[in-house]
Unconditional design. Structure first.
Ligand SMILES: [Zn+2]
Length: 58
């Protein structure tokens, strides 16, 4: 089961998606605007994979 939540991207502030997978116990954040990506464990909060492209501030 996957639950999708609309959030704001922590990298660029655009609309992004947060997906909870109860099967894998993971939380995945994906931003289509800046390619931000974060995969973390839902149980421990440990980050398994992360990608935050550098963007110009402001
Ligand atoms: Zn973003």
């Amino acid at each position: 089961m996957i639950k999708i939540e609309q959030i704001y991207c922590p990298n660029c502030g655009s609309h992004a998606e947060k997906r909870y997978s109860s099967k894998h116990n993971t939380i995945q954040v994906e931003c289509p605007a800046c390619d931000y990506f974060l995969l973390s464990c839902a149980k421990t909060g440990n980050v398994r994979e992360a990608y935050a492209p550098g963007i110009a501030a402001g």
